[in-house]
Write a protein that binds this ligand. Structure first.
Ligand code: ADP
Length: 546
């Protein structure tokens, strides 16, 4: 990051550390009666206030202390978007420990890897994960206590002897003083599989979470106010649901948690019943919701704005929401490594002077504009800056207080000496500061918001008898944004069919990673002998358009 200048005069303001607990305390004091509503797995809906949330978080902190969780300790959650998961979001970092939000969409091996890498002592899980937890428990030796996020009536201890969450809370004292400590302390451990190799842990600090929450609330980004009713449809285990729980609380917004019910009908019911004004998530969810609206003729009710990201937002979707339903779509680009807010597409006065058509065109087709807190550059392969002319496309580099410095337990920084983190995305920035993604340098595929490793599929496919080269590329798909297409070049004289390859992959890769198409074709190579994925992506761009 470079050296700091010496000789400056120390400021004389209070050194109050930026604590996640301060957001909870603020919400409980200033917006104490604002509601938090949660759907649950096979339990009646839950409803309380920020004051009630804070009280239960104090109990939870005491209960976790009794289980041996102390400052710096790691706790894993395997849970949906519920109020209990939200309680873990505040209580675990609030007591100085770290919440590892495990991703249930990972393969079993990846999931086990992350829990072991985090060395979690307590694992709290929703009842729908009991079978998974029972299966994987023998491979997770550091976990001493399993807790089912359940009421006492429906609790099941299972073969892991799980404790009951609500019983723990009832038995715990409600008095707990949220401690102060170094704001750089770890708070959340989020693993990303959007790189090659094992998942990598990004350890958010209290400081990064609080600054990110404040930055996300700005009108240039998500623009929340106290009248808003926020429903996060990004999973809490995905980069802390893009920090929405914290931004909503510090803006005093009502908070509505949909559990795991992200289908169009469930979302519609919740939006109507709770008066939701703002929601967000990956494009796949909003494709399903839009489809529901078109099929049923239902209205979007109180919904005013959506923040969509994680994959490129199809222009037609943004346009349909705005022109047919009056719902504004704000595209967001970011990654686990950026907490995740990077850029958000909101208008500027200069853009507005170009007229509504030009404004819509930019807002619907750009990933977003530069935001305070994230410095962004585009550079060529030699690291030279490229102009912000909307044409020159290069590697997107970022740095700032909520960007990763080093992956958890890695031996070296993930940035260069000046603090720049290479995102693996390729894009342009225009003269108004709007960034547009044009390509991806990293060899992974994003399907419905989750990563598929092309390399893992290739390594297995190439072992199929008769296969000489196997190459996997991500191709546009109308529902999942991207799906894998596997291109196979057989050995000379070998007869391999698409079905042979699919049969070979069956059981060797996660089912949802199965390629949507297998093409028997020649595989182009670059001058340096690597598979030329750019050519393959262009060749099969329309393969899954239906
Ligand atoms: P998240 O958990 O928020 O989805 P990940 O770290 O899994 O974050 O994924 C980040 C990557 O997703 C980015 O590097 C980029 O490749 C892709 N991505 C995120 N948002 C967008 C967007 N709006 N348009 C295109 N790609 C995006």
């Amino acid at each position: 990051m470079g050296d700091f200048l010496e000789g400056t005069l120390p400021g004389l303001m209070q050194p109050t550390p930026l604590m996640i607990s301060s957001i909870l305390r603020y919400a409980a004091n200033a917006h104490g009666d604002r509601e938090v509503v949660s759907r649950l797995v096979e339990e009646p809906e839950w409803r309380y206030s920020y004051a009630g949330l804070e009280e239960r978080c104090r109990r939870l902190a005491n209960a976790l202390s009794v289980l041996g969780v102390a400052a710096g300790g790691r706790v894993t959650s395997l849970a949906w978007n519920t109020h209990r998961h939200l309680e873990l979001f505040y209580a675990v970092p609030g007591m100085g420990a770290v919440l590892h939000t495990a991703n249930p969409r990972f393969s079993d091996d990846q999931l086990v890897y992350t829990v072991n890498h985090a060395e979690a002592r307590v694992l709290l899980f929703d009842r729908s994960f009991l079978g998974l937890v029972e299966k994987l428990a023998p491979q997770m030796p550091t976990v001493e206590h399993f807790v089912m996020l359940s009421d006492a009536d429906r609790h099941e201890a299972g073969s892991v002897g799980a404790l009951c969450y609500e019983t723990l809370l009832v038995g715990a004292s409600p008095s707990f003083d949220w401690p102060l400590f170094d704001e750089h302390s770890g708070a959340f451990l989020c693993y990303t599989s959007g790189t090659t190799g094992d998942p990598k842990g990004v350890l958010y600090s209290h400081r990064s979470v609080v600054l990110h929450a404040m930055g996300a609330g700005l009108a240039s980004a998500l623009g929340f106010d106290a009248a808003d009713v926020i429903m996060p449809c990004q999973s809490l285990y995905h980069a802390t649901a893009w920090g929405l729980p914290f931004t909503a609380a510090l803006c005093g917004c009502k908070f509505v948690l949909p559990c795991d019910k992200f289908d169009g009908s469930s979302l519609h019911t919740l939006i109507e019943a709770e008066g939701v004004t703002f929601s967000g998530g990956v494009p796949t969810i909003w494709t399903m919701y839009l489809d529901y609206l078109e099929r049923t003729g239902a209205s979007t009710g109180t919904l005013q704005r959506l923040v969509i990201g994680g994959s490129a937002v199809p222009r037609a979707m943004a346009e349909a929401f705005q022109t047919k339903y009056g719902v504004k779509v704000r595209q967001l680009w970011g990654m686990t490594e950026t907490s995740p807010l990077g850029v958000v597409a909101t208008p500027t006065p200069k853009l507005t002077t170009r007229g509504p058509d030009a404004e819509n065109d930019v807002i619907w087709t750009r990933q977003g504009r530069l935001q305070y807190g994230i410095e962004m550059r585009i550079a060529d392969d030699d690291g030279h800056d490229l102009p912000h002319d909307g044409e020159s496309s290069g590697r997107i580099l970022v740095r700032g207080p909520w960007v990763v410095q080093r992956y958890y337990r890695a031996g070296q920084d993930a940035t260069d000496a000046d603090g720049w983190f290479d995102t693996g995305d390729i894009g342009t920035i225009d003269e108004l500061g709007f960034m547009r993604i044009t390509d991806r340098a990293k060899d992974v595929i994003k399907s419905g918001g989750e990563w598929i490793s092309s390399i893992d599929i290739e390594n297995i496919a190439v072992a199929c008898p008769g296969v000489k080269i196997a190459a996997v590329v991500g191709v546009f798909h109308p529902k999942w944004e991207e799906r894998p297409v596997l291109v196979v070049e057989p050995h000379d004289g070998a007869a391999v069919s698409a079905n042979d390859v699919l049969a070979y992959l069956d059981g060797k890769i996660i089912k949802w990673w199965t390629p949507d198409a297998v093409e028997i074709d020649s595989v182009p190579l670059t001058a340096t002998g690597k598979i030329d994925k750019k050519v393959l992506r262009a060749r099969y761009a329309d393969r899954l358009r239906g």
